[in-house]
Design a protein around this ligand. Structure first.
Ligand SMILES: C[S@@+](CC[C@H](N)C(=O)[O-])C[C@H]1O[C@@H](n2cnc3c(N)ncnc32)[C@H](O)[C@@H]1O
Length: 374
């Protein structure tokens, strides 16, 4: 999947940078953001400091977000979205406007991307964030796109319960949960309030960076929702059992996906050398609905590791439709050279079907002859 990043979003951020640095030279304006991107990127990954929460009130950090991270958010959200549309019954209702509540919306890249994904669908976005400056930019971009946006300056720690007009078909948290809960875990009452904001048959979609603690937090949150009588976990899990990775801290459930960064991001990265061609994230998609539990099925699995060559085999770990995470191996003697090459290109996070399997080893692993990417 390769979502083209719309030129008008790129132009919006270029215009802002030219104005800020008072220059007419595009490359000069882009490269002037390098220190701000370096700072933000470090803060988002390894070096988060106490005063980091209000970075979006600093004009250069905000521009850096717009130019470097906005396109990544825009493209990243499409991976879970496309998966949901291809493999699950969830989709916006066709007979009513589709309402998205974007919590910790920032500049709005995630909900704008979702609105763009359903071009003919009347969509209303409600954006909540603590940063008034981010909300102003979100409003300006949405105005250009004629998107019906309503923003609210809110601290998400104090989550309201069931504010009727804000109860939405899609409640979205894109890379905001980890900023809210940096040192403590969300309390049950907070999760209950969050759930109360999801419309009946609606969707809760949480996307998080794949930092060490974030996939584990999502696995734990998943257990809270699993216990609700009106919840159905759509993805990434292919089962409704307890998350097997809670007992196995060595493997984490996250995606590593290729995408095509826009030109401005490539220029900005020239001296930064960040790995920009890959989007790494974890996610959780839960529908508010009542359905019978899925039958256990070991022949569908989600890759929770990269595909690797090892002593005459290609191996990967998968979390399967029977609620078990296990190693899978394909002997090279069953594969032609091009097949081996193609196998190594399959990305972490891909859903796979296994036409056959043989149980080998201890702990139990599956030896398979091939895989099908549905
Ligand atoms: C990494 S940004 C993500 C923005 C956007 N959702 C995206 O995916 O690009 C995190 C956002 O969460 C917001 N945020 C962090 N803590 C918050 C809080 N306590 N209340 C409201 N917003 C908060 C920040 O202002 C920021 O806009």
């Amino acid at each position: 999947m390769n979502t083209p990043y719309p030129v008008d979003y790129e132009q919006y951020w270029l215009k802002q940078a030219l104005r800020h640095f008072k220059t007419a030279e595009v490359n000069k304006a882009i490269l002037a953001l390098e220190p701000a991107v370096r700072y933000l990127s470090d803060q988002f990954t390894t070096k988060r400091s106490e005063d980091f929460a209000h970075y979006s009130e600093d004009p250069e950090l905000l521009l850096a977000y717009g130019m470097f991270f906005f396109p990544q958010t825009y493209s990243r959200v499409r991976f879970p979205l496309e998966e949901l549309i291809r493999f699950t019954p969830w989709r916006p209702k066709s007979d009513a406007p589709f309402q998205i509540l974007d919590m910790g919306c920032g500049l709005g890249a995630a909900s704008l991307s979702i609105a763009d994904f359903f071009p003919g669908q009347p969509t209303k976005i409600i954006g909540w964030d603590q940063s008034p400056t981010s909300l102003k930019h979100f409003e300006a971009i949405a105005r250009d796109r004629r998107i019906d946006l309503h923003t609210f300056n809110k601290d998400l720690h104090r989550l309201p319960i069931k504010v009727k007009p804000h109860v939405s078909d899609l409640v979205l948290m894109s890379f905001s949960l980890n900023e809210l809960f940096q040192t403590v875990e969300p309390e049950i009452s907070w999760l209950e309030s969050l759930w109360s904001l999801v419309q009946e048959e609606g969707l809760l979609l949480i996307i998080e960076p794949s930092l060490h603690q974030t996939p584990v937090r999502l696995e734990k949150i998943r257990e809270f929702f699993r216990a609700q009588s009106n919840s159905h976990i759509l993805a990434p899990c292919l089962h409704s059992e307890t998350c097997p990775l809670l007992k196995n801290v060595k493997t984490q459930c996250h995606e590593v996906r290729h995408w095509k960064p826009p030109e401005s991001l490539k220029i900005l990265n020239k001296g930064l050398f960040r790995e920009i061609s890959l989007l790494k994230f974890s996610f959780l998609a839960i529908q508010k609905t009542t359905v019978a539990p899925r039958p256990l099925n070991p022949q569908v699995t989600r890759m929770i590791s990269p595909m690797l060559d090892e002593n005459g085999k290609t191996i990967f770990h998968g979390c399967s439709g029977d609620g078990v995470a296990r190693r899978h191996e394909i002997l090279h003697r069953h594969l032609t050279k091009p097949e081996r090459h193609d196998l190594l290109q399959v990305e972490r996070g891909t859903r796979l079907q296994l036409p056959d399997y043989e149980i080998v080893g201890k702990p139990e692993a599956f030896r398979i002859k091939n895989i099908i990417q549905p």
